[in-house]
Each structure stands twice: as C-alpha cells, then as structure tokens.
Design a protein around this ligand. Structure first.
Ligand SMILES: Cc1cc2nc3c(=O)[nH]c(=O)nc-3n(C[C@H](O)[C@H](O)[C@H](O)COP(=O)(O)O)c2cc1C
Length: 174
C-alpha cells in the first residue's frame, strides 16, 4: 500500500513517533510519505494514498491546529479509506478520561471517523521549555493530572504499544 503519515508536533515527540511509525510501516513492505503538517508540500496528492496514519500532540487540551485543519479539509476522503489516529498527550500516560475527551472533541470538530485510535504518552522536556510552557506544564497539566511527575526530562511513549497498533492497522487495512 501507499501510505501517508502526517504529524503535528510542537516539541518534537510526535515527530519521533511519526518517524518510528514510518520505519515500521516500510519494514512491513509499504511505501510511505512522511509529512509535517506545518510544511505541507503544495503538490501533495492526498487522493493518491490507500491509507492514512495521522499523529498529533495535545497542548492546552487541543490537538495541533495544522492537523485539525488538514483533517477537516480531507475528512470525507479519510472516512472513505483506512485511517488511524495517534493522539499524543500526558493524560494518556495516566489513562485518564481527558485523553479520550481530546479525541472525542477532535473527531466532532473535524468530522473524521478514524477506524482506530491510539492514546499514546508523550514526553516532558523541562530543559527545552520557555517560561510560559514550564508554567503551563507545572500548574495546569501536571496539577490537573493529580500525579507527581518529577520536573526532569522524561519520555513516556510506549514503543511496544505503538508497534502493535501500527501492525494491527496495516493488517486490517491491507
Ligand atoms: C505547554 C504545554 C501544554 C500541554 N498541555 C497538555 C494538555 O492539555 N493535556 C495533556 O494531556 N498534555 C499536555 N501537554 C503534554 C504534551 O502533550 C506532551 O508533552 C507531548 O509529548 C507533546 O508532544 P510534541 O513534542 O509532539 O509536541 C502539554 C505540554 C506542554 C509543553
């Protein structure tokens, strides 16, 4: 299959996830185009792909705008072909209902009905945050989670869960 993987990231963890997903998909014998939603090629022919994997991180309860806009613009095509959504957040680490809530809102805003969705943990990168980001993470995201994350750089992504998800999607889509 010819598969489009498109991602939206702010601090880079979702890019890492998308690169991993692309590598796994190629290993399974498929052709992949990997695209950053912030740099959409002007000649991207979305209808040329057989299946889609879309990954986006959550900031202040919303998925990245560039992904929301892309999905809204193409939701009819996405609904007609195999498509998967990977939602990257901190809430997903804690299996909190918020993580599913972000997806429910995204789905209702865009009109897209992904065939399968993965709630995937992201990362915290305190050494790279500016003052505003640090305050939001400390006092809104972490506080809201009710969990005691230490204030150091940490990656929470479950790579095995991602690999299983990608493999199952590719099998079902083929
Ligand atoms: C400023 C800021 C706001 C965030 N807001 C949320 C949030 O509302 N809910 C949540 O579950 N995670 C939130 N997170 C955690 C991110 O989803 C997590 O760090 C993720 O790995 C970011 O992915 P990215 O590097 O691809 O942008 C936030 C992180 C930052 C830095």
């Amino acid at each position: 299959m010819n598969i489009l993987i498109i991602y939206g990231t702010t601090e880079g963890q979702t890019r890492k996830i998308a690169v991993w997903t692309a590598a796994r998909t190629r290993e399974r014998g498929h052709q992949v185009e990997l695209v950053d939603s912030e740099a959409l090629p002007s000649d991207l022919k979305v209808e040329a792909f057989h299946a889609f994997i879309i990954a986006a991180s959550v900031h202040q309860k919303h998925h990245k705008d560039t992904i929301t806009n892309f999905v809204f613009a193409h939701h009819e095509l996405l609904n007609a072909r195999p498509s998967a959504f990977i939602s990257v957040s901190l809430s997903a680490v804690l299996e909190e209902p918020e993580a599913q809530g972000y997806v429910d809102r995204f789905v209702s805003v865009t009109g897209w009905r992904p065939r399968t969705t993965l709630l995937l943990g992201g990362a915290l990168r305190f050494t790279e945050y500016d003052y505003f980001q640090e305050q939001v993470v400390k006092f809104i995201v972490m506080k809201g989670s009710g969990a005691a994350f230490s204030e150091r750089d940490q990656e929470f992504t479950d790579w095995n869960a991602l690999t299983d998800f990608v493999d199952r999607f590719l099998e079902a889509a083929a």
